[in-house]
Design a binder for this molecule. Structure first.
Ligand code: ACO
Length: 355
């Protein structure tokens, strides 16, 4: 039976996450996401998704030190990054640089460590280079998230680091989304992990998937003041435009990741004006979406509050999708490994129609 966009089609079995779109529930393996962000670090959560257990102290230390080893950029990747045209978007740069990673092991899990570790360095190196800022080398005394902020900005604000860590943990894994599916399709041909992750990055780039947070910033910049919310959203809906940061293929209620990010933002002592505008816009937009699309059940998705967090951290919107990719690479790798361990090549059929 033909299902456009494979809507509702079950294409794989996975132990990596459970999503209940009607109830707004997300579990990594069998642990609710709310518990994960309260109890575990970025590294512990990544380990849990990749290896299947929360690591004991010794295992965690080995994993953390692997990430530290692979953070450093090999010379050939630096050269590639330096030679790419300035106008290339960060996602194009990330896709190109990741595709040139030389895997050092036969083990998929070790290859995954290598790819997870190197992505933040690629992003920070390239960003500082095109902004003519001195390059900051990775610091072995810092954990994965703090090191990323340090390489990008040169200093670490602990509140900001904690918000970014929550965002990165929350976006590591999300079932068979488009980019994860790409990774699984590629590895199902018995290709390698670098090729699988390169496919996934190309898929993530699109505005209907990972490209939404920059769209959210543009939307809120366009609204600018509370009194313009209704007018701007109404006009967009009248022109049949999509409102970025709203709607989800799976969630038909509030996206639990958006909820958790909003809670994290509310821990701030004082909410920046921009965030107050985002909260008010969410409320009004949901009302308008209900009116214009009464059967669709459209709410904020994770990208909406991701944009708010990135804006609070003063991170350039050009980096949003690449940073999202630097956490989702964990889900991509875990899925690719799950696929290759019980593989059937993907080869659906196409229905011929006369045109
Ligand atoms: N604004 C306005 N209308 C919307 C929106 C939206 N954000 N999302 C869905 N709709 C409407 C569509 O216009 C369509 O209406 P119609 O039937 O009257 O034509 C209906 O809802 C169904 O749309 P589909 O695209 O079939 O729904 P689907 O579940 O496949 O879409 C998607 C999911 C692509 C995320 C969609 O909601 C969207 O485009 N949202 C905006 C982009 C966005 O925020 N993307 C980030 C997603 S989260 C992530 O990728 C991590």
């Amino acid at each position: 039976m033909y299902k456009p966009g494979l809507k509702g089609v079950t294409a794989v079995e996975t132990s990596l996450s459970q999503i209940n779109g009607e109830q707004g529930m997300l579990l990594y393996r069998n642990t609710p996401i709310q518990e994960i962000i309260k109890k575990y670090s970025f590294e512990e959560t990544a380990y849990y998704l990749l290896y299947g257990t929360i690591p004991a102290k010794e295992k965690l230390i080995i994993f953390e030190s692997n990430l530290k080893i692979y953070r450093k950029l090999p010379i050939h990747i630096m050269r590639i990054l330096d030679s790419l045209p300035k106008e290339l978007s960060m996602m194009d740069v990330l896709r190109t640089a990741v595709s040139s990673v030389t895997l050092e092991h036969d083990s998929y899990l070790k290859n995954a460590n290598q790819l997870i570790a190197i992505m933040p360095t690629i992003i920070a190196y390239r960003y500082r280079k095109i902004k003519n800022q001195p390059i900051i080398n990775p610091d072995d005394n810092l954990n994965h998230v703090n090191n990323f902020i340090y390489m990008l900005k040169g200093n670490i604000n602990t509140t900001h680091a904690s918000m970014l860590e929550t965002y990165l943990i929350m976006t590591m894994e999300h079932g068979l989304n488009a980019s994860t599916f790409s990774a699984r399709v590629t590895i199902s041909t018995q290709s390698d992990l670098v090729s699988a992750i390169t496919s996934a990055i190309g898929t993530m780039k699109g505005p209907l998937h990972g490209g939404a947070p920059s769209g959210v910033i543009r939307l809120l910049d366009e609204i600018n003041t509370e009194d313009r919310i209704i007018e701007v959203i109404h006009n967009k809906l009248k022109n049949k435009e999509r409102i970025m940061g709203f709607g989800h293929r799976v969630y038909k209620t509030v996206d639990p990741r958006a909820e958790a990010l909003k809670n994290k933002i509310n821990e701030l002592d004082e909410l920046p004006e921009w965030i107050k505008l985002a909260i008010k816009t969410e409320k009004e937009t949901i009302k308008l979406l209900n009116k214009h699309k009464p059967n669709q059940r459209l709410y904020t998705n994770v990208e909406y509050y991701a944009a708010a967090i990135m804006k609070s951290l003063d991170i350039d919107p050009e980096l949003f999708t690449a940073i999202f990719s630097s956490s989702r690479v964990i889900g991509w790798c875990a899925h690719a490994i799950e696929q290759i361990n019980n593989n059937t090549i993907f080869r659906p059929t196409a229905k011929y129609i006369t045109k």
